[in-house]
Design a binder for this molecule. Structure first.
Ligand SMILES: [Fe+2]
Length: 324
């Protein structure tokens, strides 16, 4: 008698296997992406840039998140990429460590001294003629007051000047450009007014703020800021085609996800960051360190160029603008 050969898998189990396989492949790709660091080169035009600072090269590293998820080799690679470009100044915009963070029923991450020391040793290799500057991120505060102070001291020992609601004048040929830095925007100690105190009217200001949402405060003040350099969003870390990032820690939705964003004459550059948080996965959102070259000109000049494709076609304004 003829017996039917049964397919060893039911249709339902076959679909389950297919979905699991797709998730495994996506996860593996996401993990590899998280270790694939890019040097992002971006031109930024500022109307008030003093002529002596034309072509100023700023190395920008953010969200190192020194932890078990971010190997020292990746931090070393980021430092090497920036140093190979011989920047005039280097800025670090916070989240040097990962704090313990409670999400739903469990706690992720946590400050580990070993990773912190590795991070500071690598950072100490950063050198630039006009200096190396930093601000603190939310994770640098969430690890507690003692750890925050330790990070500030460690950065100082590594040759980094931490700007805590203060300004530092950069000088070239007798002209000045002001570098401002604020504590993390989610902290009560964030004080943009303090950072602007004593900065002469009409001068060009570049603000270091871990969180790009500081733009909300800038809008409320009369003193203009020319450029904001930030991180914090990790570019979304996981970005879905057509939908964008399902989660972004910003009150502005996808606006400051990554890249260059213009608010009138003020521009905000958001780096996707070197490290990551929660899961060692990045999807459609490679890790980056950035080399920003400043030019004198209308704020929209480079934005227009970045928005126009090679054939002259206009890309969607909703895409973050990244040039390299
Ligand atoms: Fe971060």
């Amino acid at each position: 008698m003829h017996t039917r050969t049964k397919f060893p898998l039911s249709r339902r189990n076959f679909i389950r296997l297919l979905v699991l396989g797709a998730l495994a492949v996506t996860g593996a790709r996401g993990f590899m992406n998280s270790r694939n660091l890019k040097l992002q080169k971006v031109n930024i035009a500022l109307g008030r840039l003093p002529s002596s600072f034309e072509g100023l090269k700023v190395g920008h590293i953010t969200d190192i998140h020194a932890s078990a998820l971010v190997p020292r080799a990746l931090i070393r690679e980021g430092i090497d990429l920036i140093m190979s470009e011989r920047p005039d100044v280097v800025v670090l915009t916070g989240d040097f460590v990962t704090s313990a963070t409670k999400i739903l029923w469990t706690t992720y991450g946590g400050f580990k001294r070993r990773h912190y020391h590795d991070c500071m040793e690598e950072i100490s290799r950063l050198k630039a003629p006009l200096g190396v500057f930093a601000v603190l991120g939310n994770h640098d505060f969430w690890s507690g007051k003692a750890v925050t102070e330790e990070i500030v001291t460690g950065l100082g020992r590594a040759g980094v000047q931490v700007l805590r609601n203060e300004a530092f004048p950069l000088e070239r040929n007798g002209q000045r450009l002001y570098l401002l830095g604020v504590d993390d925007y989610w902290e009560a100690s964030c004080d943009l007014g303090g950072a602007l105190r004593g900065v002469p009217e009409g001068t060009c200001r570049i603000l270091l703020s871990h969180n790009p949402d500081v733009n909300e405060d800038i809008k409320l003040r009369r003193e203009p800021i020319d450029c904001v350099l930030s991180g914090h969003t990790h570019g979304g870390q996981i970005v879905l085609p057509f939908l964008g990032a399902p989660y972004l820690p910003s009150a502005f939705g996808q606006k400051y996800r990554a890249g260059l964003v213009a608010d009138g004459e003020r521009q905000t550059y958001v780096s996707r960051g070197l490290g990551l948080f929660l899961v060692p996965v990045r999807l459609n959102c490679p890790a980056d360190v950035s080399l920003l070259t400043f030019h004198k000109g209308k704020a929209t000049r480079h934005l227009r160029a970045a928005l126009t494709g090679p054939g002259g076609e206009r890309k969607s304004i909703r895409d973050p603008i990244l040039t390299s």
